[in-house]
Design a protein around this ligand. Structure first.
Ligand code: GTR
Length: 325
């Protein structure tokens, strides 16, 4: 073999080795989750990550960081916006401070049922809302079940809206939620999820509101023993991606990612339904006072003024949501 041929062969070999190593190195993306590892949304995130890994044959790896390791929701959303975190699963409540049209989805007593909410999320309105995320630097990836939220406090049983008067109630970092609680005559205190337990313990706040699994998994039920099943909101859980960081995925891979999130929904919903029951059983066994609200009319009436305050675009969306059969 002459020198020229040997050099050419060596070059071919180097290129082949580089191509193989480049192929083998997966794209690693991080997903931030506020809940602990065994919580239904976290297990849903993990199912999403597993499907992506499997279908991309290991080319795309999503690492799930549970338990607020990467920060509290609002701070994480900012980081997703700037491309420092690739995905997060959050409640749309803090997200609405970034993309206000999402407020339409968290108005009290908006959905007739869980089923109605899912029809909205998976139908044309859900798709439009995903599209509305893009100018703010986010990509809509998927939805998860949030359950219904209820008020709880450490002071007294609450069976009608007036019973909340004067209580300091923690809300998510959302102007709309501040408005909702103020409208009930309570004192609204927005704060990150991770600070609520000590807030209740030290008396900085008297109460908060959340679904059965969150009330139980955070141990809030141990320090705020009065739980009122008023089911005021269903605030969808969402997975969003960072437009900046996901620009490294091909259009086909982005489709694969979105499809995987869609396919993880039934699993998360099944786990959710189970966890709602076990959380409820645990709280009841602890002897908490559970007040069942059979007539929601006074609650709906008390929250109605919030609707009238919304800008026209939200009111229009609310109208369309009510028409979804
Ligand atoms: C939970 C929700 C979390 C977080 C929390 C809160 O129900 O799953 O993402 O938003 O509520 O109240 O901050």
């Amino acid at each position: 073999m002459n020198l020229k041929k040997a050099l050419a062969l060596a070059l071919v070999l180097v290129l082949a080795v580089t191509a193989v190593t480049a192929q083998k190195k997966p794209i690693v993306l991080r997903l931030a989750e506020t809940h602990p590892a065994d919580y239904p949304t976290t297990l849903g995130d993990q199912r999403f990550a597993d499907l992506v890994k499997e279908r991309s044959k290991g080319r795309i790896v999503i690492e799930v960081y549970p338990g607020s390791q990467l920060g509290q929701e609002k701070a994480v959303i900012e980081q997703v916006q700037f491309g420092a975190i690739d995905f997060t699963r959050v409640s749309i409540s803090p997200l609405a401070s970034f993309v206000p049209v999402f407020n339409a989805l968290q108005l009290p007593y908006l959905y007739r049922s869980e089923d109605h909410m899912w029809k909205v999320l998976l139908g044309p309105i859900g798709k439009e809302l995903f599209a509305s995320l893009e100018p703010s630097g986010f990509i809509g990836i998927g939805w998860f079940e949030p359950g219904a939220r209820n008020f709880y406090n450490s002071k007294r049983p609450v069976s009608k809206p007036e019973d909340l008067k004067g209580l300091k109630i923690r809300v998510q970092e959302s102007e709309l939620m501040v408005g909702m609680v103020q409208g009930l005559g309570a004192v609204a205190t927005p704060m990150p999820y991770g600070e609520v337990y000590s807030g209740l313990q030290t008396g900085v706040i008297d109460g908060a509101e959340n679904n059965w699994p969150s009330y139980e998994s955070t141990s809030h039920y141990e320090v705020a023993k009065f739980y009122t099943l008023d089911e005021h909101t269903r605030v969808p859980e969402i997975i969003i991606g960072s437009k900046i960081s996901l620009s490294k995925l091909s259009a086909k891979d982005l489709e694969l990612v979105k499809q995987a999130a869609l396919d993880a929904i039934p699993y998360q919903r099944k786990l959710w339904a189970e966890r709602e029951k076990t959380s409820e059983a645990k709280v009841r066994a602890a002897g908490n006072t559970i007040t069942v609200i059979t007539d929601k009319a006074p609650w709906q009436a008390a929250m109605k003024p919030l609707y009238d305050k919304q800008p026209a675009a939200i009111r229009y969306l609310v109208q369309r949501i009510s028409e979804v059969k």
